[in-house]
Design a protein around this ligand. Structure first.
Ligand SMILES: Cc1cc2nc3c(=O)[nH]c(=O)nc-3n(C[C@H](O)[C@H](O)[C@H](O)COP(=O)(O)OP(=O)(O)OC[C@H]3O[C@@H](n4cnc5c(N)ncnc54)[C@H](O)[C@@H]3O)c2cc1C
Length: 221
């Protein structure tokens, strides 16, 4: 059994180019393509967002890849205007050499280590893994084995959404109302988007009290 941290990778995109593509699409509405300058996208995008003219944000998308737990992807896959490819518990048999004959669990962000609670969580994962591997040895298929897997099980997820949907997801999933494990992954992504595309993301609020030391590591794909 291995306890791992969640991670998030974001594809290597030219954020300024994305915003310029959105501007070009938007200017179709006003036939004002002639007004495009190096910096004109900034005011245009801000004005559109202030007025709720957000469909123009749908012309570009961003893909991320993350290692998260089942609970996180269960919540994120509720977002219908996004696309997902997720490590399948129906096809992956963690009893095989390919997976080092072990189950990976995400360290729970909301249970402190060295506490009774953590010990209970850890012991439970250990029992689950033991029984999973024993069932695998008895010839159980992943379809049968997966029924033992808890929300803490780690999975690799590739997720793509257009800019409008990312904005919507951030608005819902970075506040204190969202599960801490989602905040742990998406707040760092939101901060990246705020830095790279301030005209679109700067006004999105997030849980500023979430401990920065607990942010998932974010890298470029
Ligand atoms: C804090 C929190 C707690 C939650 N708790 C629960 C819970 O206890 N139980 C539960 O089942 N879910 C829960 N959810 C999930 C939530 O209800 C939504 O299913 C999820 O957040 C997806 O967001 P969404 O519906 O806004 O839109 P998305 O699927 O991301 O779609 C984006 C937008 O498109 C529009 N849209 C999409 N589909 C339709 C449609 N069919 N009709 C009309 N408009 C549409 C809406 O404007 C929507 O906001 C929770 C979410 C949050 C953030």
């Amino acid at each position: 059994m291995k306890i791992i941290e969640p991670t998030i990778e974001v594809e290597d995109v030219d954020y300024k180019n994305i915003m310029k593509i959105l501007e070009r699409a938007c200017r179709t509405c006003y036939r004002s393509e002639g007004n495009i300058t190096e910096e004109s996208y900034k005011t245009l995008l801000k004005n559109c967002i202030t007025r709720g003219h957000e469909s123009i944000l749908e012309h570009e998308k961003i893909t991320i890849r993350m290692v998260c737990d089942v609970g996180v992807y269960k919540d994120l896959t509720r977002h219908r205007i996004a696309s997902f490819s997720i490590e399948s518990t129906r096809y992956c048999n963690y009893g095989k050499d390919k997976f080092d004959n072990q189950i990976k669990f995400i360290r729970p962000v909301n249970i402190e280590e060295n506490t009774e609670l953590y010990k209970k969580w850890y012991d439970t994962c250990e029992v689950i893994e033991k029984n999973y591997l024993e069932m695998a040895k008895l010839g159980a298929e992943p379809d049968q084995l997966r029924m033992l897997l808890p929300h803490s099980t780690a999975a690799l997820v590739t997720m793509t959404a257009n800019i409008r949907e990312w904005k919507h997801i951030m608005e819902l999933r970075c506040t204190k109302h969202a599960h801490p494990a989602i905040r742990q992954l998406l707040i760092p992504l939101l901060l990246k988007f705020k830095k790279e595309m301030p005209e679109i993301f700067e006004n999105i609020e997030y849980d500023e009290n979430f401990e920065k030391e607990k942010y998932a590591k974010i890298t470029i794909m």
